[in-house]
Ligand binder design. Sequence first.
Ligand code: GUN
Ligand code: FE
Length: 423
Amino acid sequence: MKDFIIMGCVIDSLSPQKLRSVEKGCIVVSQGLCRGVFREIPSGFEALPVTDFGEKLIIPGMCDLHLHAPQFALRGLGMDMELLDWLNTYIFPEEAKLQDPDYAKRSYGGFAEALRRSPTTRALVFATIHPQATTLLMELLEATGLICFVGKVNMDRNCPEYLREQSPEASLRATEQWLLETRERFSRTKPILTPRFIPSCSDALLQGLGELQRKYHVPVQSHLSENYGEIAWVRELSPAAAFYADAYDRFGLLGGDYNCVMAHCVHSGEEELERLRQRGVYIAHSPESNMNLASGVAPVSRYLDLGLRVGLATDVAAGSHLSMLRAISHAIQVSKLRWRLLDPSVPPLSFPQAFWLATLGSGSFFGRVGAFREGWEFDALVLDDSNLFHPQPLDPLSRLERAVYLGDDGNIVAKYVNAERLF
Ligand code: GUN
Ligand code: FE
């Protein structure tokens, strides 16, 4: 059913600085698109079916710009390590298991169900190097009703033999075949090119992936400037690149005329930031991951001031939690530590800014997504915050802030993606 009205305490972003709330508000959805938020049912729409959620909060769905499906099973492990040791000790052995179809079914089945129940309505997902398991993940995600881009990962060097594609040609052949099989097969799930990061991709592989991007017009996702050890390694591996992002850009893998997401950008210098701005690259800010792996803290409010595109991400399993509501509170918390301990010139994120990052900031990757505006796509969460004790009534924005900081998946009583109710 794509024509309906839902009622409740509606909150969304007007801008990164400003939230709006409409108590007893009506959101009209017709022909699958949002028609706006009203104080009463507007004329012409009286005949539409109404679901009244009463006092409950209705907010836009959360868009997770970066996470790793095969790592879901490993959340909370190895969080006393930094990136490269954590990858070698925990992540690569786990990702290798996805080659086994039975294991893939169990691991990805658990992930897809958890993502369906989570606050996330849309996501950009890394899989592994295995095409068969990646296609299975796409089937499982398609069945959830969520909207996802999924990437078969490319890696042909500097990784264990058991998780390495045998040559650039073999990696490219497998990737092209997987693209052809999946790019038109699903309505909600699409492929995205996914070189893991520069250390695990040879120049020949990156060159071929750039060619595949131009041939099939697919988006690209990867990692950038996350960790000091990684950045030093990239400098050795790509001496011709002016800076880390240039090592992608040389092969046409840094956006420009197509959508590109780079996770982290914690330590990007001025030249790199300027290139990201020119290319319109989305920065996937992953605050819990950056804490867990001691990577550092990106100066996000500065990135917003510079006009960079920034969204929010969980980066499961370097981020231990799948919940984008938690990612909002983590983003604020790490920005305050950064401001106090490292750099008083970059102000911490406000609650409206962090909420905007999770909804509109990330949502714009998917089109007109992330707020209840006329003509935009309709994704929503309905939150029941009645278990969050308070001795007197609170205003809607205070209720939202508490639901984000204190709530969990149990507070989500309904979820809509592209005008369809998932539960
Ligand atoms: N860089 C390369 N691979 C990974 C990964 O799996 N997680 C994170 N956080 N960074 C990476
Ligand atoms: Fe990641």
